[in-house]
Write a protein that binds this ligand. Sequence first.
Ligand code: SF4
Length: 263
Amino acid sequence: MKARKRTSLIQDVQPPETRSLRKRATEIADLLEEHLGKPVLSGRRSRPLETLIATLLSQNTNDLNSHRAWVNLRKRYPRWEDVASAPSREIAKTIEVGGLKNQKAQRIKKILDIVRRDAGDFDLSFLKSKTNEEVIHYLTAMKGVGLKTAACVLVFSMGRDVFPVDTHIHRVCNRLALAKSKTAEQTYAQMRVIVPQRRAYSFHVNLIRFGRKVCRSQNPLCVECPLYDRCAFQDKERYALNAAARPAKSRGNPDFIILHHVS
Ligand code: SF4
């Protein structure tokens, strides 16, 4: 009873704009789940160190090449101690398909040194007893580890209700007027207080899918967008009209088609 009272007091002191943005975020999360389904986080989680290195390898490349770089790394060095003792140049060669090979190789080696120093071995499980803020503080102190990478470790390895912001999410949240920001870090800070509780993972995954297939950086498929009426993007009408003039086949292939914005 006391806990419920305390929660309602906290909600009561939210500024009005936060309350309305939270409502807006919930409505958009509902619509995305309606159209794209509800992604559920698997019970089988990768270890925090694996997620950390895999996310670092995914920087500045696409999913396919990032995956190839990860597979090559694990195949050549099955144990983290093998990576730690390998020459940087050799690691760089192994992960070169993912781009920025020298920078990533040096950063991976440095991260492994830090983890071994702090944990006594190559295991970040000790982070599980820390708060989200403590984990973010610890991980982002490592070179090459930004807010998004730290948030990915929290979600994908620790099951925390945290909302990582990548380039797609940053763009879409701004177009949908959920955030007003110049960087993904600012979007993270703004979204943190409005993402519906216990739905951060689903909202995160669906916004990435939506950003890749519909609300693309170039030529967004506004004419087929289920969020058209909620979107604040000033060019949406122009994109919708341009797309309506082209054959549907040439626009791309979203999972859902809703042609109702252009008569
Ligand atoms: S209307 Fe266009 S810009 Fe707006 S959310 Fe949909 S696809 Fe993105």
